[in-house]
Design a protein around this ligand. Structure first.
Ligand SMILES: Cc1ncc(C[n+]2csc(CCOP(=O)(O)OP(=O)(O)O)c2C)c(N)n1
Length: 420
């Protein structure tokens, strides 16, 4: 559900922490492309009208899409969420991390079987920002009966709500919208919708962590290890295909900034974007990509001033592993050859050809040993190849949700029994 506007690369460049040494006229030229230059504010009468509707709704769900980190929005959103007891389900690429923000939406909805979703259905959904990743969330919204949809956007050209054709588009600066409603308003206490999601969040994070840690090594546990050892304040660039989805299974970390080239979810340019962003910022940038994405965009390493602060992690599962997970392609006869598209390229030779150091690991233990070195200042630019081709990646991924649902159900039953 794309929202037209500036590209993600542009938003990375606009992010105040990316202010670097590049030519300012380049920045000015980019600003001409954006449609977000205006910051419309809602008229007072409209605020009163919307406030009246908000006060009557008991189940308001806030869904931020992809956002650049920083700004005042987080503070206003926290106050608004508290005022209306409205849970905020923010994926990592929303860059909204902290107390009230529940991350990994895909996992939350995957923990509860679809037939029990009705207890979570909202009456009103507030959206803003760009794309969301979770497919389950889109389905959940489609199934939500009698739900109103408001999309807040400062893009005056946007006329259709990207989440629902009958939804409303509220033309307002997002931070201004969430700060517009007086804090003395009503506060919902009984039958708290917020607690329902908070409880689910707590349980599904805990159970997932345990299932993956105790389970077989593969793409998911490799991502878990990378995220758990990533130094605070790193800048993470998630490649499209499996990597951005695996990262959705884990809680977002405060301090880390999350980027991904969503848009049309191209596997092209993921490495180049990370390399460009690392060139204009001093922080540690870590790009995690699938093997096809890495090979496809290997030109991103062709850079005379390759940034010393960039580390590349390649999840090498011998081709487009995502196609082994999603149902449609795996039923086609040519899927291994043309969808998974296993390739003969050596990640090592390719990295070395561009002058980058290369290491590879094939087990959780080796990965956990190798990561601190990779992330240290002394490492310099390097490629770490995590070889998971022999792992049962698709079976591990599919069984995660079944396993989760089973464990969640067992806990619920126990709580019901104990009258909790
Ligand atoms: C430019 C472009 N071409 C083709 C695709 C279709 N596509 C989606 S996922 C994928 C496979 C990516 O494989 P890999 O980078 O190894 O990641 P994995 O699926 O293993 O996580 C492809 C080819 C795309 N998204 N973008």
């Amino acid at each position: 559900m794309p929202e037209p506007g500036t590209s993600e690369i542009e938003s990375a460049l606009y992010d105040s922490r990316f202010k670097g040494n590049f030519d300012p006229s380049f920045n000015q030229n980019l600003s001409g492309l954006g449609k977000h230059a205006r910051n419309p504010l809602l008229p007072q009468g409209e605020i009163g009208k919307l406030g009246g509707i908000l006060e009557r709704k008991k189940r308001i769900l806030i869904l931020p899409g992809m956002l650049a980190p920083g700004g005042q929005l987080k503070t206003y959103l926290a106050k608004f969420s508290d005022l209306f007891s409205a849970p905020v389900l923010a994926e990592n690429i929303s860059n909204l991390v902290g107390g009230i923000f529940n991350s990994h939406t895909e996992l939350l909805l995957g923990t509860v079987p679809e037939k029990y979703w009705q207890q979570y259905y909202p009456e009103l959904v507030l959206t803003f920002g760009r794309h969301i990743i979770s497919k389950r969330l889109r389905k959940f919204l489609m199934l939500s009966p009698e739900c109103e949809f408001w999309h807040i956007s400062s893009d005056m050209e946007l006329q259709v709500n990207p989440y629902h054709p009958k939804g409303k588009v509220i033309h307002s600066d997002t931070a201004a919208f969430f700060s517009a409603f007086p804090c003395s308003g009503r506060k919902v206490t009984a039958g708290n919708y917020m607690d329902l999601w908070r409880n689910l969040h707590e349980k599904s994070s805990r159970l997932t962590e345990k299932i993956i840690t105790e389970g077989e090594f593969g793409n998911l546990s490799a991502m878990q290890a990378v995220l758990s050892l990533l130094p605070p304040d790193s800048i993470l660039h998630l490649g499209n295909s499996g990597t951005v989805r695996y990262a959705q299974m884990f809680p977002s970390h405060p301090g880390i900034r999350y980027y991904a080239n969503r848009g049309t979810s191209g596997i092209d340019g993921c490495l180049s974007s990370a390399s460009g962003a690392a060139m204009v910022s001093d922080g540690l940038h870590v790009a995690v990509l699938g093997d096809l994405s890495f090979v496809y965009d290997s030109n991103g390493m062709w850079n005379r001033n390759f940034p010393a602060n960039l580390r590349i992690i390649v999840l090498n599962d011998d081709g487009g592993g995502l196609f082994r997970i999603i149902l449609g392609p795996s039923k086609m006869p040519f899927f291994e050859e043309f969808s998974v598209a296993n390739h003969p390229v050596s990640i090592k030779n390719l990295s070395v050809a561009y002058g980058l150091a290369h290491r590879d690991v094939e087990s959780r233990e080796d990965l956990l040993k190798r990561l601190p070195d990779l992330f240290s200042d002394e490492s310099g630019p390097a490629v770490l190849e995590i070889r998971t081709g022999k792992c049962k990646n698709s079976a591990i991924f599919k069984s995660l949700f079944l396993n989760l649902q089973e464990k969640y159900h067992a806990e619920q039953k126990m709580e019901d029994h104990q009258g909790i």
